[in-house]
Design a protein around this ligand. Structure first.
Ligand SMILES: NC(=O)c1ccc[n+]([C@@H]2O[C@H](COP(=O)([O-])OP(=O)(O)OC[C@H]3O[C@@H](n4cnc5c(N)ncnc54)[C@H](O)[C@@H]3O)[C@@H](O)[C@H]2O)c1
Length: 354
């Protein structure tokens, strides 16, 4: 892995043998502000694998934060270990000290394998931990606004595709009804959509069906992608859209909360060729980072929700730009994100008096 050629500004290796901490913090860009991105706690097989994941995720955060209109660059941290057995107070606090040592160039938050409560522990050692519990004035569970943002992106896709932003009477297939997926189902049902769900965790499906008896469930994702639907919403793991899935997908719109939905770059083009409108994942799932970022101003749910509602307008701009430029929405979103990093990031070159 050629770290220096990766485009990242800074990569920090953190080691504390006393607590067992082994972590990598990758700062992709600080052009728009401090690099914000969560801390992933995962049993990577090798150090190289951890570094590659941190670099890939940090870059994605630069694009997500830019398109969300935040004054934030992109970064990400990975802690090497099993979150179920290796996560201890000393380890989290040691990690917090490394975050503090970066002096605010990197702001951390939750990700896969870390919780609000973990960030409360990290925050005992650093001013630069966000995504904290509500009892500490934090934003709490960020999946609430993540789902809200996905819903806004879906409304924009409906507007672009069918000329109405309402999902009433549309069938939406939701793959994965964990935190984000189940909040999304609530929004869709309230809007009058017909919803079909699946999840490998049958208890998660049962919880949704108990709340919404009108929702249908199918046995697995392979069945769901073939189920006649207007919108397909991947809300489970990454790589949901691969060659096989795109070939059989019945929906006209793809819009979901999962990160890294495209198994490879060519998938965006394949979707466009099949006439399927793809709402870029990092654009529509930015409600979570918007919720977390709001902590910097003293958390207000109403303010964060108002900002996340803006995902509707940005998504419409992306769809319109994609159509005008003859590219996929994924390419149009990247271009918009890069343009803001260039044009707003450049302002830091105007020298201020000290
Ligand atoms: N939580 C957030 O604020 C947030 C923000 C941005 C992006 N995301 C992304 O959204 C996705 C969902 O996040 P979450 O917080 O809801 O996680 P979660 O763990 O609460 O939910 C994921 C659900 O997907 C299910 N699942 C896993 N594999 C599956 C499969 N093969 N088929 C069907 N279902 C499967 C799980 O059983 C679980 O119920 C992830 O990709 C995450 O990275 C989450």
């Amino acid at each position: 892995m050629d770290v220096l050629a990766s485009g990242a500004e800074q990569v920090v290796f953190c080691s504390d043998p006393g607590s067992g901490l082994r972590a990598v913090i990758a700062i992709h860009s600080t052009a728009l502000g401090p690099a914000l991105g969560g801390t992933r706690f995962h049993p990577y097989a090798t150090e190289d694998e951890a570094v590659a994941d941190a670099l890939r995720l940090a870059r994605a955060m630069s694009y997500k934060n830019s398109l969300a209109g935040l004054d934030l660059g992109g970064g990400k941290a990975v802690v090497i270990g099993d979150p179920r057995t290796d996560k201890t107070e000393p380890l989290l606090r040691a990690y917090g000290r490394f975050v503090e040592a970066l002096g605010g160039r990197y702001l951390t938050a939750c990700d896969v394998g870390t919780t609000n409560a973990d960030l409360d522990v990290v925050a005992r050692e650093t001013r630069f931990a966000h995504g904290r519990s509500e009892v500490y004035g934090g934003c709490g569970d960020s999946s609430v606004l993540t789902a809200f943002g996905v819903f806004q992106g879906m409304r924009a896709a409906a507007q672009h595709r069918w000329g109405t932003s309402s999902l009433a009477g549309r069938t939406v297939a939701v793959a994965g009804v964990g935190k984000v997926g189940s909040w999304l189902v609530d929004r869709l049902v309230a809007d009058g959509a017909d919803v079909v769900v699946t999840d490998v965790d049958t208890a998660a499906v049962e919880r949704v069906l108990a709340r919404h008896p009108g929702v249908d469930a199918v046995s697995d994702t392979e069945t769901l992608v073939r189920t006649p639907a207007d919108v397909y919403a991947p809300c489970a793991l990454g790589g949901a859209l691969d060659d096989e899935t795109v070939a059989v997908l019945s929906a006209e719109v793809v819009c979901g909360g999962a990160n890294n939905q495209l198994a490879h770059e060519g998938i965006a083009e394949q979707l466009t060729k099949r006439g399927i409108l793809y709402a870029p994942d990092y654009l529509v799932n930015a409600g979570g980072v918007i919720q977390v970022e709001d902590e910097r101003h003293g958390f207000s749910f109403a303010r964060a929700e108002a900002k996340a509602a803006g995902i509707y307008d940005v998504a419409l701009r992306v769809f319109e730009a994609a159509a005008a430029e003859g590219v996929s929405p994924a390419v149009a979103a990247d271009r918009l994100a890069e343009e803001r990093i260039r044009s707003v990031g450049r302002l830091a070159t105007i020298r201020l008096p000290r």
